[in-house]
Design a protein around this ligand. Sequence first.
Ligand code: SF4
Ligand code: SF4
Length: 107
Amino acid sequence: MPTDYFEMMVTSIRLTPDERRSILDKRKKQCICDICPTYRECVRTEQGAGEAERAFCTVGGSACIVNEHECLCSTCPLSREMELSFSYYCTRGSEAQQRVREVIGLR
Ligand code: SF4
Ligand code: SF4
């Protein structure tokens, strides 16, 4: 199992759609966004019960969340497991998006 985030990204390119879905489902279960002050109920209601937006570090930002209050990502098991470096994925984009912006000097 890859432990580095970019190693994981490269590995994920070779995955089948079912394997990708399975990994995303696992990440959504690990995600603690729904207890974060920045998380908004509209995410839940717009997506319908049981399909709430989560795992923004992987899927990218939310169309619903716009105001930043606090980010709990650093305390999330997935963040520690994958050694993620950024935060506020719901408003600033996925780990990959934020890394690219940092490399090209756009923050
Ligand atoms: S790091 Fe943040 S966005 Fe990613 S799964 Fe954990 S709480 Fe959710
Ligand atoms: S990505 Fe961070 S700020 Fe956004 S809801 Fe999740 S824990 Fe909160």
